[in-house]
Design a protein around this ligand. Structure first.
Ligand SMILES: Nc1ncnc2c1ncn2[C@@H]1O[C@H](COP(=O)(O)OP(=O)(O)O)[C@@H](O)[C@H]1O
Ligand code: SF4
Ligand SMILES: [Mg+2]
Length: 339
């Protein structure tokens, strides 16, 4: 079956000071198979997650050094579309996004209803009555009373504003919703409410999601599959449950081991070393300076090595020919997954 979204070898690099180049998205490939599927994009801060989202929305800054790769939506190749075509047919219409820090995206001088209605009036040519009715439906869908349409952003709590961000993104009925750390600024109970809303939207109307987070636990709660991102690359992709219980990449394993655990005497491990400088990415496996298993073969760049569950892991330990005896190393399932 044709995947809903297929991304192949996507690159987004930026020019930086001193003639350097930031390789923020560096050969990323993945698919979102069907309606109602959620893929978690998980990685530390600075690993290129927001850049991936902006590349898919084609919302690029001026200092782009490289932007290429294939993106297909329901089989349609998007790369050849002009910016104008992309704006008219794809962005917000088919692929929409809730931004990191959505709180600051709302216009403080416009009522909530006006903000949600704007694309309906401009893009869909709705008359005012129809737009008002649609705004009511959208508010209800995200769990807010219709009366919120007449409020201003400053009258809303953080969680309510995030719900408005989601309603706005849903206005034109997109197929794919990108959520960039949608709950990171919220306290834990509000975060849980937003996660429940996302689970509902995944079931009905069956929105497909790319859920971006630094929290692998949060991703596994919502997502069917997880893609672990490191230094602009995807290190491991697989079913959420398997990645959580039996990670096949040392970075995934360390991310899991760094989670706090409820019923354990073992303190969480801190990730060794620092995230890499994306202007000077290490040669070979880019995780090698921080990897407890690294050996000389790791100076060769590993491909995504296919795993039996349809996913892949970009680590030589998964290749019996290269790893030899090391192939037996079992990347320990973490206690975090069992808590
Ligand atoms: N417009 C830009 N110009 C130069 N560097 C950028 C730009 N936007 C982001 N970066 C850099 O790209 C890297 C990845 O950033 P980002 O995609 O925001 O990562 P994440 O969302 O995972 O934290 C970071 O090193 C960041 O500083
Ligand atoms: S390829 Fe080598 S350095 Fe990279 S994650 Fe695997 S074992 Fe570690
Ligand atoms: Mg980000």
């Amino acid at each position: 079956m044709t995947p809903l979204l297929a991304v192949d070898d996507l690159h987004l690099w930026y020019d930086a000071d001193g003639g350097k180049v930031v390789r923020a998205v560096d050969g990323v490939s993945f698919t979102l198979e069907q309606r109602g599927e959620a893929l978690g994009i998980v990685g530390e801060s600075g690993s290129g997650k927001s850049s991936l989202a902006l590349a898919l929305m084609r919302m690029l800054p001026k200092n782009v050094a490289r932007f290429d790769g294939a993106v297909r939506l329901a089989g349609r190749e998007l790369t050849p579309l002009s910016d104008d075509q992309f704006r008219r047919e794809i962005r917000w219409q088919r692929i929409a996004m809730v931004f990191q820090g959505a709180m600051s995206v709302l216009n403080p001088v416009l009522r909530i209803g006006e903000q949600i209605a704007e694309p309906l009036l401009l893009e869909r040519r709705y008359d005012k009555a129809r737009a008002r009715a649609r705004v009511r439906d959208l508010l209800e869908r995200v769990g807010l009373p219709a009366g919120f349409a007449s409020r201003y952003p400053h009258e809303l709590s953080g969680g309510q504003r995030q719900r408005i961000g989601i309603a706005t993104a849903l206005a034109l009925d997109p197929d794919v919703l990108i959520l960039d750390e949608p709950t990171s600024a919220l306290d834990v109970s509000v975060q849980a409410q937003i996660m429940n809303l996302l689970k509902d939207l995944k079931e009905d109307p069956g929105i497909s999601m790319l859920f971006i987070t630094h929290d692998i636990g949060l991703a596994s709660d919502l997502c069917d599959r997880i893609a672990v991102t490191y230094a602009g690359e995807q290190m491991e992709v697989g079913p959420a449950e398997r990645v959580l219980v039996a990670p096949r990449h040392p970075y995934s394993q360390l991310l899991l081991a760094s989670l706090p655990r409820l019923h354990s005497d073992v303190p969480p491990r801190t990730m060794p070393g620092d995230p890499p400088d994306l202007t000077a990415i290490p040669a070979g496996c880019r995780f090698h300076p921080r990897c407890p298993y690294a050996w000389e073969d790791c100076l060769n760049h590993p491909p995504g090595i296919p795993l039996p569950d349809g996913g892949h892991a970009r680590c030589w330990l998964n290749d019996p020919v290269v790893a030899g005896d090391r192939y037996q190393i079992q990347l320990r399932p973490t206690e975090a997954a069992r808590d």
